[in-house]
Design a protein around this ligand. Structure first.
Ligand SMILES: NC(=O)c1ccc[n+]([C@@H]2O[C@H](COP(=O)([O-])OP(=O)(O)OC[C@H]3O[C@@H](n4cnc5c(N)ncnc54)[C@H](O)[C@@H]3O)[C@@H](O)[C@H]2O)c1
Length: 243
């Protein structure tokens, strides 16, 4: 795509991107900005031009929504990218660990959608959330992540039905392995007793982790007018994972 074509996709569109201090979220926020959007980026971690907010904290999240709406004067696109992942064998799962995965990966995106829904209905905007191939396949030692991403995926599909009648589209992108801090931390976090035959069962046809930009492009496609008839979709971007 030429720079001239890029510049036309999101002129003055008001966009919120979560998880934008690094990894995929940062690339998504930069890409929106490069195409003319006004972006409010947020993360629990510190980052350049990023508003600090722990999205699992109800009061902090509500304050963030109010501030973002005031700064942007409405909203056209909500991009839920923030997420957490930690491997844990069944025997080591804790309620706190499970709750953290659900709080960040499922509850926060749904509650952000609620907080921004009025603005999105007014602008006939859209929501794009990053789920994962883990939302639709069983993976060893990954129950808390898989379960939370499955909840996100179906929650967003439900919102697609609920908000669709009011002109708001809701979609997910489900990536396979992306070359970001998360996947490298995950690899180190596998249990010492991991059964490598199980871990190795899930492989992509095209080798290697994806550069974040190759996933980000798909988020922007779903957020763009080119996807005007796409809602309730789960766009899988995984280099062809087979199980
Ligand atoms: N990396 C992969 O292989 C992969 C694969 C499939 C899906 N995903 C998903 O892609 C998204 C982006 O992940 P990434 O790969 O860039 O990983 P990452 O760890 O680099 O980025 C995730 C970001 O979310 C932020 N975050 C975590 N908890 C938060 C909270 N409570 N409040 C606000 N922000 C919080 C982190 O600080 C971090 O900047 C995540 O939803 C992840 O689950 C990643």
């Amino acid at each position: 795509m030429t720079d001239a074509e890029r510049a036309q996709r999101f002129p003055d569109r008001r966009v919120v991107v979560t998880g934008a201090a690094g990894g995929l979220g940062q690339v998504v926020a930069d890409l929106f900005r490069s195409e003319g959007a006004r972006v409010v980026a947020t993360d629990v971690a510190e980052g350049d031009g990023v508003v600090a907010c722990d999205l699992s904290d109800d009061a902090a999240r509500d304050a963030f929504v109010a501030d973002a709406l005031e700064e942007l004067g409405g909203l056209d696109v909500l991009c839920n990218v923030a997420g957490v992942q930690q491997f844990a064998e069944l025997g080591t799962l804790t309620a706190a660990g499970l709750r953290r995965h659900f709080d960040v990966n499922a509850l926060a995106p749904l509650l952000l959608a609620q907080g921004f829904s009025e603005a999105l209905i007014e602008s006939k905007g859209n929501i794009v959330s990053v789920a994962s191939i883990s939302a639709v396949m069983g993976q060893p030692y990954n129950a808390q992540y898989c379960a939370s991403k499955a909840a996100l995926l179906l929650g967003m599909r439900s919102l697609a039905v609920e908000l669709g009648t009011q002109g708001v589209r809701v979609n997910c992108v489900s990536p396979g392995g992306i070359d970001t801090p998360m996947i490298h931390a995950a690899a180190h976090g596998l249990p010492a007793t991991a059964d490598w035959n199980l871990v190795a069962k899930s492989q992509s046809v095209m080798p290697g982790f994806m550069p974040p930009i190759e996933v980000a492009e798909n988020l922007l496609y779903l957020a763009s007018d080119a996807a005007a008839s796409v809602t309730g979709a789960n766009l899988v971007v995984d280099r062809g994972v087979v199980w």
